[in-house]
Design a protein around this ligand. Structure first.
Ligand code: PLP
Length: 538
């Protein structure tokens, strides 16, 4: 097959007529191409200006890209943190179809500056305080680069032994740093695996638990299987239940409130489980959270673990954000009770300086995952797998293909070292304490739940205002603050109260950013309060 390309040099000269540029059918083959121009070389893939892969071109272009990214970080504070574009903005700015002929990297980077960056919300900005952080770091970035450079697809051990083995080793390292029980490490029946997201981690353990109970009790039990969780658990669990076919009426959401700081009450869990048992249902899965998404509530893992054990529930702990800080000895007690868990996950891509995506999952019984998720088609068979000598991570996850993610975690652990990582979390937590103090110092505001890690839940709560007005004020305040582009914060609702969330955790955030953020919030609040008092006077 021959492709005749209209050369980029000719295109740049603008010498191709419309007619010449039209597709013409190449009679000798079933493909399409451009007419050849007098004097133009016939160009195949070898004639591309930018080759598919060439070491020198890679060096030159990747250097330019690294410079571009470094410049971005240098000027990151000049962008509005929350993108201020309107839905659909990009359609107006880019062509309807892909270019037929190559463009230059410079042209593309110019478009990135002019068209893409305005539509980017700057998660790495030091003024980013929304949701939970999603850290980038030099080490994580380089690991990601190396992974992209090698670009292997490590689904089975044989497809790149180093990818599987490094993942096992790094997950053992991280497991030891968290002081997880040995059962979670690879030398026993358990082990760690890197999933893309906490949502995938939760889904795979739910599937493993479902299949384990069904193996024991029969496939027909599906309609009786019950899952337990709290109203603060991340929606990832609900989605996992939808995918796993759990009957919606068997998804038990246990209410929490301010009396436990939104932690799940063991008494309520036990009551729900024993009620279901007496109704002939089959409780099988319970998910607790260390650091809930709304307010970093910590469920009492040890007591909950005992209940899970008593009723033979698969006990999963989701520590997506707060688990990162548990490598500090002073935060490790929050993890007490993990000994009773069947599985545990934390997102290194949240706060652990590891570029997205990297969600660490450990299980005590890896066979449960494998039983549920393995397939063994002829085309993937190989001696090492057949002889059961190796781990094939394809059987621990939903997709077949998998990236060499352990490289970035390995780089982060080696290039920063545990001592610096611990210091990193402590610093963010100190900054959150600082913010907490600023809020408490202003009588128009209140801190809504006790701060545990680096998230402060607070709200504008002027005296003599009722709940409706407070909710309205805080909705307005959130919009006003984020519209300034100076900072980005997010919100949640706790017991009907509209609450603002200030999550410290971006790698570049310093005390001055926190103090300035507070000034922005106070200023916008004073405008809003001014309007309210004018209206009530008027
Ligand atoms: N679990 C908790 C506690 C979270 O806070 C989040 C996200 O913020 C998730 C799960 C979902 O994480 P992912 O995007 O990795 O699926």
């Amino acid at each position: 097959m021959t492709w005749l390309f209209f050369s980029s040099s000719l295109a740049a000269r603008g010498e191709g007529t419309e007619e010449e540029e039209a597709y013409t059918h190449n009679n000798n083959s079933l493909c399409f191409g451009f007419k050849r121009f007098p004097g133009e070389m016939e160009r195949g893939i070898d004639g591309w200006d930018l080759k598919a892969m060439d070491a020198e071109q890679l060096r030159e272009n990747a250097h330019k890209m690294v410079d571009f990214i470094a410049d971005y970080y240098q000027s990151i504070e000049s962008f509005p943190v929350l993108s201020q574009v309107q839905p659909g903005y990009l359609r107006e700015l880019v062509p309807d179809s892909a270019p037929h002929l190559p463009e230059s990297l410079e042209q593309v980077l110019q478009d990135v500056k002019e068209k893409i960056l305005p539509g980017v919300t700057h998660w790495q900005s030091p003024n980013y305080f929304a949701y939970y952080p999603s850290n980038s770091s030099i080490a994580g970035f380089m690991g990601e680069m190396l992974s992209a450079g090698l670009n292997i697809v490590g689904f089975s051990w044989i497809t790149s032994p180093a990818a599987t083995e490094l993942e096992m080793i790094v997950m053992d390292w991280l497991g030891r740093l968290l002081n997880l029980p040995d059962d979670f490490l690879s030398k026993g029946q358990g082990g760690g695996v890197i999933q893309g997201t906490a949502s995938e981690a939760i889904l795979v353990v739910l599937l493993a638990a479902r299949d384990k109970v069904q193996t024991k009790m029969g496939k027909r039990t599906l309609e009786k299987l019950v899952v337990y969780t709290s109203d603060q658990t991340h929606s990832a669990l609900k989605k996992a239940c939808q995918i796993a076919g759990i009957f919606p009426e068997n998804f038990r959401v246990i209410e929490t409130d301010a009396s436990t700081n939104y932690a799940l009450s063991p008494g309520m869990l036990e009551e729900a489980v024993s009620h279901d048992v007496s109704s002939g249902l089959v409780p099988f899965f319970f998910c607790a959270t260390l650091g809930t998404t709304s307010s970093t509530a910590v469920d009492p893992l040890a007591t909950l673990g005992e209940i899970a054990k008593k009723y033979e529930l698969w006990f999963h702990i989701d520590a997506a954000y707060a688990g990162c800080a548990c490598i500090c000895p002073e935060y490790r007690p929050y993890l007490d009770g993990v000994e009773e868990a069947d599985s545990f996950n934390m997102n290194a891509h949240k706060w652990f300086l590891t570029n997205f995506d990297c969600s660490a999952l450990w299980v005590k019984d890896r066979n449960a995952l494998i039983q549920s998720l393995s397939t063994n088609p002829e085309f993937l068979k190989n001696k090492a797998s057949q002889a059961n000598l190796v781990v094939d991570y394809k059987d621990w996850q939903i997709p077949l293909g998998r990236r060499f993610r352990s490289l970035k975690l390995w780089m982060v652990l080696r290039l920063y070292g545990v001592a610096n990582l611990q210091q990193y979390f402590r610093n963010h937590i100190d900054l959150a304490k600082h913010f907490d103090g600023l809020v408490r110092g202003d009588s128009n505001f209140e801190v809504v739940t006790p701060r545990i890690f680096s998230l402060v839940c607070f709200r504008l709560a002027p005296q003599n205002s009722d709940e409706d007005l407070r909710n309205q004020l805080n909705r307005g305040l959130l919009d006003a603050v984020n519209s300034t582009g100076k900072i980005f914060i997010s919100h949640t609702v706790l017991s009907g109260k509209y609450v603002l969330r200030f999550a410290v955790g971006a790698p570049l955030t310093e005390e001055r950013h926190v103090s300035e953020a507070w000034e922005v919030i106070q200023l916008e609040a004073s405008v809003i309060l001014g309007k309210v008092s004018n209206t009530s006077r008027g």
